[in-house]
Design a protein around this ligand. Structure first.
Ligand code: ATP
Ligand code: MG
Length: 231
């Protein structure tokens, strides 16, 4: 459903993504792993339209979206949970969720009830400001907000960063259940191998802006992860 073809992305003269191609199928959970600074966030930002391509093509359901602005891509069904969560701390949980539905053709009241089935904790904290929630709760809010738009694909950038291990596993379970029940493909950038192995069906390893290994998740051996992930 999503296709990335030979893309290159630069900041000024520095070319960060150097010819990456991959596809995401409807029934897939893809994890993208790699060390700090290899270009994982840059790759996601170029898929959602926050950075433009020097070269290559991104298509969604066989439609070339490479020139579409981020807003248009979001309207077409690409949802993005950025690194560092970026919920709005001064808005309440409810207001953050309303923002997620804003500008999308969704019935807020209906969608939010569905979201509470996956994130019951948010229902308990609806009137609290986002900023007072724990890190794990903020991450759940950030994911829930993205899902409020009823997306066709969900992209997440290091959702486990700085989160307690028990919440990490809870988030993995929630995402897996949402994927199974709603049929929404998931692409997640991660450095937490335990989470990546639990959630992913397939993996890509990125190094210096290129894919250096890929396969089914059971092919992600310790040798592979040690050579491309450990410092
Ligand atoms: N706005 C920017 N301007 C210039 N260079 C940038 C910018 N953002 C990132 N870079 C550089 O691009 C490279 C890739 O950064 P990117 O954030 O995509 O890496 P990453 O794999 O997401 O890293 P991390 O695991 O730390 O989040 C790095 O060398 C980084 O310094
Ligand atoms: Mg990053």
């Amino acid at each position: 459903m999503l296709s990335v073809r030979d893309i290159e992305v630069s900041y000024g003269k520095s070319r960060v993504i150097q010819g990456i191609s991959f596809d995401v199928a409807q029934d897939e959970k893809l994890v993208i792993i790699g060390r700090n600074g290899v270009g994982k966030t840059t790759l996601l930002k170029s898929i959602v339209g926050l950075l433009s391509l020097n070269q290559g093509e991104i298509s969604l359901f066989n439609e070339n979206i490479s020139k579409d602005k981020a807003f248009t891509r979001s309207q077409k069904g690409i949802a993005y949970v950025p690194q560092g969560r970026e919920i709005i701390p001064d808005l309440t949980v409810q207001e953050n969720l309303e923002l997620g539905a804003l500008a999308h053709k969704v019935d807020y009241a209906e969608k939010v009830e569905e979201i509470f089935e996956y994130f019951p904790i948010l229902k308990d904290h609806l009137k609290r400001k986002g900023g007072v929630l724990s890190g794990g709760q903020q991450q759940q809010l950030s994911i829930a907000r993205a899902l409020m738009s009823n997306p066709k694909i969900l992209l997440l950038d290091e959702p486990t960063e700085g989160i307690q291990p028990n919440i990490v596993m809870e988030i993995s379970n929630i995402l897996t259940r949402y994927h199974q029940e709603k049929g929404v493909p998931i692409v997640v950038v991660e450095q937490n191998l335990k989470f990546a192995r639990k959630l992913g069906d397939r993996f890509l390893i990125i190094q210096r802006g290129q894919i250096v290994a890929d396969g089914q998740i059971d092919e992600l051996t310790d040798e592979l992860s040690e050579s491309y992930l450990s410092v």
